[in-house]
Ligand binder design. Structure first.
Ligand code: SF4
Length: 275
């Protein structure tokens, strides 16, 4: 499917006679329990990064421009029709970077009022220097920021950002948001051989930011060779032809954990190898 073909997917009927919902799950997550997913991108994979390990595959719309990709009215309708009562938490993630959605704040307000459940946003932190994005994110109970690189070289190789995104901008954005945020701030760090050279510096950065929690991960899901809307979920088997990625070993994860514990002894840490 090309971007042009997919632009109106949000309102297209499916083969089963339903419609493509902006709400999915709940799906089980090793970090969150039962999590209901909210997808404010939906029409195609849309992100300011194009991570080498992304479960969406090669990002189709690479952009740092905020826009309304899914109207708030559609999200409201989809949420009412979903199984939201079964969820422990409602997570904004989906088919790309949620802070690109210009209606993010409006949507978080509605979800919290309607469900009375905690809301979490997973973000790549590339837009966190924008005060409007900070205000939107401040409405969430939890924000998890991606941080995989400690140098611009690794950022370019591993996260492959759109032009203009720098590590300095990402770090200053996280720190600025951290200063005013009252909720729980996590850092999610993906480790692969690609960023192994950055481990020492990265653990130093983690200690400096001093989040409420750090989550160590390695890409166990294979990389899909094409995008399908359902890639946003948590599937035990690949949905399309996929390719395995190089992960770090449990011993390497232990070494990273140890380094973080030396630099930030009181920082709560969860690791994919200890789930
Ligand atoms: S930030 Fe997330 S959605 Fe964007 S490319 Fe990376 S893994 Fe994929």
């Amino acid at each position: 499917m090309t971007i042009a073909d997919s632009i109106n997917l949000a309102e297209q009927p499916t083969a089963e006679g339903g419609f493509t919902s902006s709400v999915y799950g709940p799906v089980h997550s090793w970090r969150l329990g039962w999590s209901l997913g909210v997808d404010l991108l939906l029409n195609t994979s849309t992100c300011s990064f194009n991570c080498v390990y992304c479960q969406l595959g090669d990002i189709q719309l690479k952009t740092a421009n905020r826009a309304i990709y899914v109207p708030t009215e559609k999200l409201e309708r989809d949420l009412r029709l979903s199984q939201w009562e079964k969820a422990d938490i409602i997570t904004l993630s989906g088919n790309g970077e949620p802070t690109l959605a210009l209606n993010l704040g409006e949507v978080i307000r509605f979800i919290k009022e309607y469900t009375q459940k905690p809301v979490m946003v997973l973000t790549n932190a590339t837009l966190l220097n924008d005060p409007t994005v900070q205000r939107d994110l401040a409405l969430a109970d939890q924000v998890a920021c991606k941080l995989d690189a400690a140098t611009d070289g690794v950022l370019q190789r591993m996260n492959r950002p759109v032009a203009g995104v720098t590590l300095e901008g990402i770090i200053s954005g996280i720190e600025a948001f951290r200063r005013g945020y009252k909720g729980k701030l996590s850092l999610q760090c993906m480790f692969m051989p690609t960023n192994s050279e950055d481990v020492d510096a990265l653990t130093g950065l983690i200690a400096k930011i001093s989040p409420d929690e750090v989550q160590l991960n390695t890409p166990k899901r294979p990389y899909p060779m094409e995008w399908v809307v359902d890639s946003r979920g948590n599937h035990s088997e690949p949905l399309v032809k996929s390719q395995q990625l190089r992960t770090i070993s449990e011993a390497e994860a232990d070494r990273i954990e140890q380094l973080i514990r030396e630099k930030a002894p009181n920082l709560p840490l969860i690791s994919i190898y200890r789930k």
